[in-house]
Design a protein. Structure first.
Length: 220
């Protein structure tokens, strides 16, 4: 029965295009990439032509595609993520209402595949905000004046540190606290998505399957 439970989990993983599990998020230090735009929607984050896959990997190439590339496919040298050191940034600092538009989960997949593990903004679309946590990305809400201060750090190519356990961001003399739901914090700190949470109950699932097989053998 345990093999059957594992097979079900493997099938779920295959359907979701993954066999890995979320990397725990504890602390993160990076030069943030500044993207001072408001109302960036999910179609801007990952255009519709990249939505034909259910694979979570490989979508980084389509991240902000229409801003990162010209019509002929050449990189736009003026776009922030095409310039060093921002092409290796793990933090994105941006404007209000980030992730608005459609509910496509490909948006956080693309950000994560590019290497973004945290976003700092004044506000987010609710669905995008929730999808970030499901995929190991920490979306942080801060007041506009603190976002502006971190944006200045980003423009100066200075590092910013995020401590999830302490719920603090450090940028020079600025130490900003942020709120996060305790359950979501627990999941990020321990690298748990829905599959990971389910696997914590693997022994209970196996016991149930064994009991059901004995009581209802014709269903096995």
């Amino acid at each position: 029965m345990l093999q059957k439970a594992n097979a079900i989990v493997e099938m779920m993983c295959r359907f979701l295009g993954r066999f890995d599990f979320m990397t725990p998020f504890t602390t993160l230090t990076s030069i943030p990439a500044p993207l001072p735009l408001i109302n960036i929607d999910t179609d801007m984050i990952i255009p519709k032509q990249f939505l034909r896959t259910i694979e979570r990997t490989g979508l980084g190439k389509g991240l902000f595609y229409e801003m990162r590339f010209f019509n002929d496919g050449a990189k736009n040298p003026d776009f922030v993520l095409n310039r060093a050191p921002y092409d290796h940034s793990k933090i994105l600092v941006t404007g209000e209402n980030f992730g608005c538009g459609s509910s496509r989960e490909h948006a956080p997949w693309a950000l994560l595949d590019f290497g973004i593990r945290a976003i700092i903004a004044p506000s987010y679309s609710d669905i995008f905000f929730n999808n970030c946590f499901k995929n190991g990305i920490l979306p942080i809400c801060l007041p506009q004046d603190q976002v502006d201060e971190i944006m200045r750090f980003a423009n100066d190519q200075r590092e910013v540190a995020i401590d999830l356990d302490q719920q603090k961001i450090t940028a020079g003399n600025l130490v900003a606290s942020f709120e996060i739901d305790p359950f979501r914090k627990h999941c990020l700190l321990n690298g748990l998505d829905e599959i990971g949470l389910t696997l914590q109950k693997e022994s209970i699932i196996a016991q149930y399957e064994e009991g059901r097989a004995q009581q209802l053998p014709w269903l096995s």
